[in-house]
Design a protein around this ligand. Structure first.
Ligand code: UN1
Length: 494
């Protein structure tokens, strides 16, 4: 299987015929070969998108929305097949893969409806016989750069609002998940989207991403990925006065208070820390627990974490799939060592999984550290893998303070049955997503998704907020008085 670029409605190879393997992280098996593009391939795609934008911007928005309904319908029909492909190339277990495809379906239908809204404002004018309003105008060509952990859902959070509001797209998917991008592109083609509206360019190592960011005809970059890459994009984009929307890391915590329903809280912690093998930007990697329930929580958590079944996500009995690649295994090992050197206590896991089947893939035992202090590196740095740090605290106030004392601000959660604490937490947890009596993962597509501080740069994916990334506000004044009317002067003569 070869994954090719899709530019101006056609599957094409790149300037140089170089390929990289696509590997199933559960088995080590090679699934296919993905083309490696050069800056000239990006330029071809941008030119195609630019040409397509001339007519796409004039297609009535409800009609643009119709294409999204069709895409949503195709995603729905192919949900099971897409989920299986997703599990094979990314590793998440099948139930979660189905959930991710569902997110893409939801996003298609949500943004399709937006084709009939795209609301601006009509407001009174200061002067007589004058009309004032604001409308959303497309920005032109949009570059989207998406990660491997949610290869289809996150692409739709960006692509669908961009398309419905009249932009055209050049999409660079993550190099670890080319098959999902290919499947998505096939669906876009089948839905009959005019050629050049969405173009797909594969690459790795920053070549394609850089070319997109630097291309003078790309007006907006929307990126989800590591903070390191995000910073580089922000710096380049800033220099070029480009609008850049960044969605980066998290160091998300769940707080368990002394008055919490502990069984419910443990369900939430297990799901948030080890679901998707900890590879969500919303994953819970810190557990802030009130000291009076610490022992009980730890005992039960370790028991339940050790009962999780590791394996190939296609097997419905498996709870935890592999991590994405070999360097992820090395990354976990590095942090396990750091945690031990820092003086944290390793409660569970801390090693690569062995055994005939598991050693073919990239499997790591879910890992739990306790007696972690809030300033340790394992409590501060995003690991993006199944590693949980337990931080004991003595009060609600301390819990909130510890939650907020990290560079990131994506998701946080609290388990408590005290209504005053609920409302204080809603106000004081400094993250873009806040959960009450639920874990840190599972955001819904019709609300804004993103975070404060180093998680992002003030923009949001998903929800109606995503439209702000892909449109410019245009304020329009129509003077039908037939004479010169001077605003702020003729209506205030003195
Ligand atoms: C991500 O981890 O990058 O809220 C996205 C969630 C999912 C999306 C996660 N709906 O956990």
């Amino acid at each position: 299987m070869r994954y090719l670029n899709h530019i101006n409605g056609e599957w094409v190879t790149a300037a140089r015929e170089e390929y990289k393997d696509n590997i199933n992280p559960a088995t080590g098996e090679i699934l296919g070969h993905v083309i490696q593009s050069a800056p000239e391939d990006v330029d071809r795609a941008v030119q195609a998108a630019k040409a397509a934008h001339k007519s796409w911007r004039l297609v009535p928005a409800p009609e643009r929305g119709e294409y999204l309904y069709r895409i949503g319908q195709l995603l729905k029909e192919r949900k099971e097949q897409l989920a299986r492909t997703l599990t094979q190339e990314m590793g998440k277990v099948l139930v979660e893969a189905r959930g991710e495809v569902q997110e893409a379906i939801d996003m298609a239908f949500f943004m399709a409806g937006e084709g009939r809204r795209l609301a601006g404002q009509t407001v009174p004018a200061e002067l007589p016989d004058k009309h004032a309003m604001s409308v959303r105008a497309p920005v032109g060509v949009v570059g989207i750069i998406t990660p491997w952990n949610f290869p289809i859902a996150i692409a739709t959070w960006k692509m669908f609002p961009a398309i419905v509001s009249g932009n055209t797209v050049v999409w660079k998917p993550a190099s670890d998940t080319p098959a999902m991008a290919c499947e998505m592109m096939k669906i876009i083609e089948e839905a009959g989207l005019p050629k050049g509206v969405v173009n797909l360019v594969y690459g790795s190592g920053g070549t394609v991403g850089n070319a997109l960011v630097e291309h003078p005809d790309v007006n907006v970059i929307s990126f989800t990925g590591s903070s390191e890459v995000g910073r580089t994009i922000a710096a380049k984009g800033g220099q070029l006065l480009k609008k850049v929307s960044l969605e980066m890391g998290g160091k998300n915590a769940i707080i368990i208070m002394d008055d919490a329903d502990l069984q419910l809280a443990l369900d939430g912690v297990l799901w948030s820390a080890f679901g998707t093998t900890g590879q969500r930007c919303t994953a819970c990697s810190r557990l802030i627990v009130h000291r009076s329930v610490q022992q009980e929580v730890e005992r039960e958590l370790v028991r339940r974490a050790q009962a999780l079944t590791l394996g190939n996500g296609l097997d419905e009995h498996v709870d935890v799939g592999p991590v994405i690649n070999r360097s992820a295994l090395e990354q976990i090992d590095k942090y396990v060592q750091i945690g031990q050197e820092e003086g944290a206590t390793l409660l569970s896991g801390g090693q690569i999984a062995k055994g005939e089947l598991l050693s073919k893939g990239y499997f790591y035992h879910p890992t739990i550290f306790t007696n972690v202090s809030p300033t340790m590196r394992i409590a501060q740095e995003e690991i993006f893998d199944p590693v949980l740090s337990i931080i004991p605290v003595d009060s609600f106030e301390e819990a909130i303070e510890v939650n907020n004392a990290v560079a990131y601000g994506l998701s946080s959660a609290i388990y408590t049955n005290n209504v005053n604490r609920v409302f204080r937490a809603m106000r004081d947890l400094d993250t873009g997503l806040v959960y009450i009596n639920a874990g840190t993962i599972g955001a819904e597509i019709h609300l804004p998704f993103g975070g404060t501080k180093h998680t992002g740069n003030g923009h949001r994916d998903s929800g109606l907020a995503a439209l702000d990334v892909f449109t410019e506000w245009k304020s329009i004044y129509v003077d039908y008085s037939g004479k010169l009317q001077r605003a702020q002067i003729d209506n205030h003569p003195k």
